[in-house]
Design a protein around this ligand. Structure first.
Ligand code: ZN
Length: 243
């Protein structure tokens, strides 16, 4: 059984389609770690595409924002405008899909959350010290997270006090060898690691092997739609910089 591990699609259907095409035939099921919508121009298209797949999807902070479950005053003005546009654009059916997404899910050796095990909607695991504080908050050997839009693997030290981070090695097999790890596949729709290509991962449950991947997509086409919908300029330009 092979899993397509994806996160932070952020209403970017062109990137989502590119990832599905690039990984075609290589997986049986999808784990989506949240933020299906928010920022991008295609919230309905992304929810609808996701619904056609055999998948398990978690809720992210932007999905909750689209549902009015968060106070959007905590978002910066650009993000807030995108949230309001998303709320106005989403169909009732697709809003209902987002309403039913779980916040955490445990399946076999894996815990799945959007942000972090101790704060599943909000906390950014951007450094090993934050990762280390999160290992006591899940029981399985491995945890998949999204939210930071940066692909990475954090491994817990033997004495359980610290964690080490390893950058992704694209298209290389990473064997899950029993050492506890927090793994981020990166973002499909709005990467923030100075690489604009869509990021995703493939997990082979049988052999316990994970692989980070990147794939370029037609960024200009997405930017044009964002311009048409009058979405904030900063959100449009950041796609080409991967920031
Ligand atoms: Zn996100």
């Amino acid at each position: 059984m092979r899993i397509l591990v994806i996160s932070d699609i952020h209403a970017n259907d062109t990137a989502f389609e590119a990832v599905l095409k690039h990984s075609e035939g290589e997986w049986d099921f999808v784990w989506c770690l949240g933020d299906v919508v928010g920022y991008g121009p295609d919230p309905n298209e992304c929810v609808e595409r996701l619904k056609t797949l055999p998948q398990l999807c978690l809720a992210g902070n932007h999905d909750w924002a689209a549902l009015n479950r968060l106070d959007v005053k905590t978002f910066n003005p650009d993000a807030r405008r995108a949230v309001e546009w998303t709320q106005d654009t989403l169909t009732t059916e697709n809003t209902e899909f987002l309403e039913h997404l779980p916040v955490t899910f445990v399946i076999g050796e894996y815990t799945l959350v959007h942000a972090s095990p101790r704060e599943p909607i909000w906390e950014y695991i951007l450094e090993p010290s934050i990762a280390a504080l999160n290992f006591p908050h899940f029981e399985t050997p491995y945890c998949f997270v999204g939210h930071t839009h940066q692909p990475v693997i954090y491994t817990m030290d033997d004495d359980e006090s610290k964690a080490q981070s390893s950058p992704p090695r694209y298209n290389e097999s990473h064997t899950l060898n029993g050492r506890r790890q927090i793994i981020n596949p990166g973002s499909i729709g709005q990467p923030r690691d100075q690489n604009p290509d869509a990021a995703y991962g493939i997990l082979d449950l049988t052999s316990g092997v994970f692989e980070h991947r990147r794939i370029p997509y037609n960024i200009r086409a997405v930017q044009r739609r964002m311009l048409d919908y009058n979405l904030p300029e900063r959100l449009i330009t950041r796609l080409e910089h991967g920031l």
